[in-house]
Structures are given as C-alpha cells and as structure tokens.
Design a protein around this ligand. Structure first.
Ligand code: CMC
Length: 428
C-alpha cells in the first residue's frame, strides 16, 4: 500500500503536527489542514488565494497553462463541436449523452420552459427601469414559492427535477426581464426552436412579426453559453455552495449565485467592459486611458483573472467568434470594435500588463459579441447567468450528493476590541 504523504507543520512553541497531503487526478496537491483545529489554531487565507474549499469532479482549470476542461473535455473542443444542452447534460451527469439520451434531455428541457403564469405578475412589482439582474435575483428566488413538489434536497429525483426546471426556466425569466424593461409583451417559449433559438425568440420577437433566427448569431450565443457554463469554485459558485450547505433549496441558492455574479469584478465585467469602451469613445483617447490604469485610477475591465495567468482559453474562442459575428453583420469597421482591438494590442505589448499577466478575459470579447447580437448592455450579466445556471446547479447537486457534506463555516482572525464593560449612556 502506498504510504500516506504528509506535510509537517512546526509552530514556534515547538508543537508540531503532520498534515496529510492529497492528490487529485490533475492539478496541484493540497494539504489537508482539518486536523489543525485540534491544536487550537486556524489558517488565514482571505479571498481563498491558497485554499481549496471542496473536492469536485466537474471542471478543471490550469491557470498557468490556460486550460479549461468540463468533465475532462477541453473547452475548445466543446465550443467547436457540441451544443449548449449537450454540455449541460455533460456537466450535470458526468458524461456526454448518447443519441437517445440527448434527444430525451432536449425534449425534457424544451417541455419545462414555460413558467407558472402567476410568476409573470411578479414583474409588475418592479419599476420598468429596474436593472434586469435585480429582477433576476427576485424572480429566480421566487421559483421556490411555486415548485413545492421538488424541494426535498435529499431526494435525488427532486434534485433532478429542480435542475431541469432551473435550466429550462431561467432563460424564460431572463427574456421576460428584458421585455418588461423595454415595455414589450412577454413572448411564450416555442418548442419548435432549439434552446438557444428559443431564447433569442423570447428576447427579440414580437407577436406582430414572424421571427427567423440567424444561424451565425445563434451559434455565437450558443458558444457564449458553453464558455460560461461552469468555472469551478468562482465567487458565485462558491456562494451557491455555501448557501446550499445550510440545506437551503436550489432556487434560493441559485438566486444567491445570481447576486454574487452581479458584481463588476465577476459577471458584471462584460457590462463594465463595454461601458469602459463607450467612455473611452475614440482610439485617440486610448493612451490617456491606459495611463490612468497604470496610475491606478481605475482598472481595465475585461482584463485579468484570479486564476488565469495566461490567455483565458475562453477568450481565445470568443475572440474568433467575435470576428465571425462582426463579419456576418458587416460590422468589421465598427468604431467600438476597433477601439477594443487597439486596447487589446496595447495590453498585450505593454510591460505593465505583461508583468502582471493581465490578458484579455472572456468578458472583454463577449461584451462586443453581445452588443453586435443586439443584446442591450444591461442584459449582459443576465446572459452570463443564463449560461452559468447549469454550473451552479451541477456543483450544488455534487455537494448535496456528498454524504460527508457539512454546513460551510469559515473561521476568522478577530481584531476588534477586547472584553470591556458596558457604560451607561450618561457616562459615555
Ligand atoms: N486592470 C489593471 N490592473 C489590474 C487589473 C485590471 N483589470 N487586474 C489586476 N490588476 C493589477 C492590480 O492593480 C495589481 O497590481 P499591483 O501588483 O501593482 O498592485 C495586480 O494586477 C494584481 O491584481 P489583484 O487585484 O491582486 O488580482 P486579483 O486576482 O485579486 O483580481 C480580477 C482578479 C479579475 C478581480 C481583476 O483582474 C479585475 O478586477 N479585473 C477586471 C474585472 C474583470 O474583467 N473581471 C472578469 C473576470 S473573468 C469573468 C469571471 O470569471 O467572472
């Protein structure tokens, strides 16, 4: 039998402890620090720079090499050969479906896309100019008030039904948020369309006109969904897992993930990147803007990543898609696109960005593609949420199915006041 590898930690008071080392199938080894609390000490790792929060079989990232695998399959292969629902099946179930399973899954999801009609009334409670992410947090959370029949998280069948409902209904809720925002009628899903065609139909069609999806644009959105489907233990996924670790229902957990995704350092980056391009306005202003970044007045949105210290593999695929879409729409000379390319060139050649390994990330290019598809800026992060829902639910399901799962509860290094006695108000 192979000997258990250990790391030995010796404290300055002479006490020492042997900590088991663990190896995954890929990626760096980890030190299991569970035993440390027996010594009455904790580790300090705010923002989780050096801490694995769980084991997972779903997604692998090598940030140094720029690799991203879903269940072992490289993202480039999936983006090129697969479709979004097949990727969803893969993430959820562990393997690619055979032809029959694929057909069955597509039919199942297609037949869950309608939402309870009463849910539509929720929208009237929001202001028309509410940010669609605010609407998403509320309405997705409200799903738990409608689907009581699948809320037993310890029942694998209930978990499967909740996953199907979330995957199928989040796009409908997202498109409804957009329609409400612009004052157009909600478009009910149409089963003759594929998952992505149907989403574009619900977003762009009106009852007055026939809607014919453009295959190049459908393919581009399909890729955006595939590229955003999962990204291991990022901020929103960790939020879903932490919320779920208390036993909360999956609809509430996914709503918490949507809230975490909203921030500009995470899913809000695609919206922020496009706003930044609009603010720069003209190629002649790029140098001045970049100087402001170097002076740390602001950050270059759509650049840098906590894990990728090499080109984000999703960005390479999205860059290619960006060219395809702009060519299809005759937008190669689009002012904002040219501006983006000028910014990309500087960032890839300037020592400030090279030294800090700040490459363009997926959201830099996805913002340009989404804009070209006619999706308004305030819907960009919503599109990310539609793609990421399958990642959240697959990770949540993996966690709940783990028999040893416990409520997540980080510790802290307390730096507040020591014990002190209460002072009456007239003596303060
Ligand atoms: N522009 C300019 N400088 C940057 C940027 C940026 N976008 N990102 C990091 N830096 C600098 C930062 O100032 C620091 O420099 P110094 O060493 O001189 O102090 C150094 O790079 C390291 O930065 P950090 O803040 O320690 O890095 P982090 O790992 O905590 O941040 C990040 C990662 C994604 C939050 C950050 O790169 C960022 O804010 N990027 C812009 C927002 C963005 O595009 N986010 C989308 C990420 S991809 C989508 C997703 O997965 O959610």
């Amino acid at each position: 039998m192979e000997k258990q590898r250990v790391a030995t930690l010796t404290l300055d008071d002479g006490r020492s402890i042997e900590l088991p080392m663990m190896s995954g199938t890929l990626g760096p080894d980890v030190i299991d620090i569970h035993g440390l609390s027996k010594l009455g000490i904790f580790t300090f790792d705010p923002a989780f720079f050096s801490t694995a929060s769980c084991t997972s079989e779903i997604t692998f990232i090598d940030g140094e090499e720029g690799l991203l695998y879903y269940r072992g399959y490289p993202i480039e292969q999936l983006a090129k050969n697969s479709d979004f629902l097949e990727v969803c099946y893969l993430l959820l179930n562990g393997d690619l479906p055979n032809a029959e399973q694929k057909q069955e899954f597509n039919t199942l999801i297609t037949h869950h896309t309608m939402v309870h009609d009463q849910l539509a009334r929720f929208y009237n409670g929001f202001r028309r100019d509410a940010h669609p992410m605010a609407v998403m947090v509320g309405v997705v959370g409200a799903l738990s008030a409608f689907y009581h029949d699948s809320l037993d998280i310890n029942n694998p069948q209930h978990r499967a039904v909740s996953a199907q409902r979330l995957l199928a209904k989040v796009p409908t809720i997202a498109a409804m948020s957009h329609k409400y925002n612009i004052g157009e009628p909600f478009m009910y899903p149409k089963n003759k369309f594929t998952f992505v065609e149907n989403f574009m139909y619900m977003m762009f069609a009106t009852p007055a006109e026939e809607y014919v999806p453009n295959p190049t644009l459908v393919r581009a959105l399909e890729r955006i969904f595939i590229l955003h489907a999962d990204h291991e233990q990022n901020a929103s996924t960790s939020t879903v897992r932490l919320a779920g670790s208390s036993g909360a229902n999956p609809f509430a957990c996914v709503a918490s993930g949507i809230a975490a995704l909203w921030g500009p350092a995470h899913g809000g980056a695609n919206e922020a990147a496009l706003k930044m391009l609009e603010e720069i306005g003209d190629i002649s202003n790029v140098d001045e803007y970049v100087q402001g970044v170097k002076d740390k007045k602001y950050r270059l949105m759509g650049f840098g990543h906590r894990v990728y210290k090499n080109m984000d593999p999703r960005a390479s695929v999205m860059r290619e898609t960006c060219y395809e879409v702009l060519k299809e729409l005759g937008l190669e000379n689009d002012k904002l696109f040219k501006l983006a390319m000028a910014l990309e060139k500087i960032a890839l050649s300037d020592p400030y960005f090279i030294e800090r390994k700040l490459y363009p990330n997926v959201d830099f290019y996805s913002g340009i593609v989404l804009r070209a598809l006619g999706i308004p800026t305030n819907m960009f992060t919503v599109i990310f949420a539609v793609g990421r829902t399958i990642g959240w639910i697959s990770q949540w399901n993996e966690m709940i199915a783990d028999k040893g799962q416990k409520i997540g509860r980080p510790r802290q290094l307390y730096i507040g006041e020591k014990r002190r006695d209460y002072v009456a108000v007239n003596q303060r």
